[in-house]
Ligand binder design. Structure first.
Ligand SMILES: NC(=O)c1ccc[n+]([C@@H]2O[C@H](COP(=O)([O-])OP(=O)(O)OC[C@H]3O[C@@H](n4cnc5c(N)ncnc54)[C@H](O)[C@@H]3O)[C@@H](O)[C@H]2O)c1
Length: 298
């Protein structure tokens, strides 16, 4: 059985991604400050901002530790997924967001590579494109936003994610590790689909997300594909659905809310304004969950 370590698996995105790994035959160990209500997964309560805790936690599962937890024995680790973070601005003070996200990522990456885990995924964010948490309205230079875009965010959360991408790149360069930074779009858990019709009548509410979304289960698929597609070194990849979360055509949304912004390439009628071409072409992502099939009828 393939085994992975997952940080932040008790959160909104992590619990679905973990279930996806379990459904594909993986054994998963979760490191999180909070417990996870999943009897198939061992959770070791760990604060990732404390390097000592992270090294110690990994030692439980990578070395011959007689105190290893029930359901998990020491042995080779296929990869590590790092989702633990403060997931937006406004939850804790800005300096704490920056501190937890950047030091947590540094500590996890350092411990992982020093324990010989060279196959890693970290959670970056759509916010690196600088639109989502900008102080005031900000036009992107072009859409669909792709991984070649010159990122320049102004908020502490997106800045922490940019720093994390650079940290990951440094560890990949130093060790030869495969590290993918997933620029995750707005994560939608299955229970959120009833919210969509309300968003259709107020499109401005999702304007800052460029109407992007990613079903939490599809995010699980993308995360697993990153672990399984080796040999890519450091790479940043958008993790978004191929359609928007709006019932309006994408060009109509742009004309109303971002007039004058350049649209490059062929844009399907309801095509995403945040490119998922790399996820599809490099990872082989195939979207399984579309809001049009998930939103309750009537
Ligand atoms: N939800 C989204 O729409 C979205 C979009 C883009 C990126 N992301 C990123 O995806 C990841 C998961 O987001 P989420 O929505 O599941 O967030 P969440 O807050 O629901 O989950 C984050 C988890 O990390 C844990 N955590 C926080 N600080 C920790 C620490 N110091 N030590 C150990 N665990 C800690 C929390 O207990 C929680 O279980 C985050 O890195 C987030 O920045 C989320």
């Amino acid at each position: 059985m393939k085994r992975i370590i997952f940080t932040g698996g008790s959160g909104k995105a992590g619990r679905f991604a973990i279930q996806h790994f379990l459904d594909h035959g993986y054994q998963v160990l979760n490191l999180d400050r909070a417990p996870l209500n999943n009897p198939a997964v061992a959770t070791l309560l760990t604060d990732v901002t404390d390097s000592g805790q992270v090294f110690n936690a990994l030692s439980h599962f990578t070395t011959d530790n007689p105190y290893a937890m029930a359901g998990w024995s020491p042995g080779p680790i296929e990869g590590l997924v790092h989702f633990a973070a403060i997931p937006r601005v406004g939850i804790v003070p800005d300096n704490e967001t920056f501190h937890i996200n950047t030091m947590g990522t540094y500590n996890v990456l350092e411990a992982a590579v020093k324990f010989g885990i060279h196959n890693i995924v970290i959670a970056s964010s759509e916010t690196v494109y600088g639109v989502c948490f900008a102080a005031t309205h900000r036009d992107p230079e072009y859409v669909p936003l792709d991984e070649a875009y010159k990122v320049d965010p102004m908020d502490s959360y997106a800045l922490s994610k940019i720093v994390n991408e650079r940290t990951a790149q440094a560890f990949a360069t130093r060790t030869g590790a495969d590290i993918t930074a997933l620029r995750i779009g707005n994560v939608i858990a299955p229970e959120q689909y009833p919210d969509f019709p309300g968003w259709f009548t107020t499109p401005e509410r999702r304007k800052r997300n460029m109407w992007s979304y990613i079903d939490a289960r599809d995010l699980g698929q993308i995360t697993r594909l990153c672990i399984e597609k080796r040999g890519r070194g450091f790479q940043a990849i958008n993790a978004v659905a191929g359609d928007t979360s709006s019932d309006q055509p994408s060009r109509a949304l742009m004309a109303q809310y971002y007039p004058g912004v350049r649209i490059i390439g062929d844009l399907p009628e309801f095509g995403t304004l945040m490119s998922n071409r790399l996820a599809c072409e490099v990872l082989g992502f195939q979207q399984a969950h579309f809001w049009r099939n998930e939103v309750p009828k009537g």
